[in-house]
Write a protein that binds this ligand. Structure first.
Ligand code: MG
Length: 202
């Protein structure tokens, strides 16, 4: 499986990083080694001094597709959860400044913890509220209605370039409120009142 991540998909988050709001989806990828095994702690890597969490809705591709039309894209996913797009912000800033790719900042081991998937159908056509608590306090809250590019548009866009396969996951961007991860932080990530992901940082 592969992990595709959309960047700058919420205007308020683009603003907090002083990034321009894109006119087309921006995406990058993480390898399957970026997954965090359930029940394992997340280890803050020693190559960064500014590891940020980004809380995101994640959809799972349910069938093979290439050049998918936006009007048919809803047939290509039927599960949703939350994930954390861990980002070494200091390294990413260096990469951006030099015009280099972002992989060292975004695609390292354990950089993509993904929660338990739940059926998408009950959420179809509705606003999806999601959020992150760290050590019991809310740090990020998002609403799918604030996405610049919705799930169907993302699938149509990405599948022009890359074939999507069953089991691939798409991180759909983070809302405002990203911040630094500290050792011993306890992460709890929700869609509405359902806790779908939890782990501890070390
Ligand atoms: Mg992100």
């Amino acid at each position: 499986m592969k992990i595709i991540c959309i960047g700058r998909n919420y205007a308020d988050h683009a603003k907090e990083l002083n990034s321009p709001v894109p006119s087309k989806p921006v995406f990058f990828m993480k390898p399957d080694t970026a997954l965090l095994h359930p029940h394992n702690p997340f280890f803050i890597p020693d190559f960064t001094n500014d590891l940020h969490y980004e809380t995101e809705l994640v959809i799972k591709i349910s069938k093979h597709g290439k050049c998918i039309a936006e009007k048919f894209a809803h047939k290509y996913y039927n599960e949703i959860t939350v994930g954390i797009d861990f980002t070494a912000r200091d390294l990413q800033t260096e990469c951006k400044d030099k015009g280099l790719p972002w992989e060292i900042a975004k695609s390292f081991d354990q950089s993509a913890p993904i929660g338990t998937f739940i059926p998408f159908e009950p959420f179809r056509g509705k606003d999806i509220l999601f959020g992150l608590k760290i050590n019991g306090e809310w740090r990020q809250n998002g609403n799918s209605k604030d996405m610049l590019f919705g799930f169907d548009r993302i699938i149509a866009y990405v599948s022009q370039f890359i074939t999507l396969r069953k089991g691939d996951c798409i991180f759909t961007g983070t809302p405002v409120g990203v911040g630094k991860t500290m050792p011993e932080d306890q992460f709890e990530v929700f869609i509405e009142d359902q806790k779908l992901l939890s782990f501890k940082a070390k």
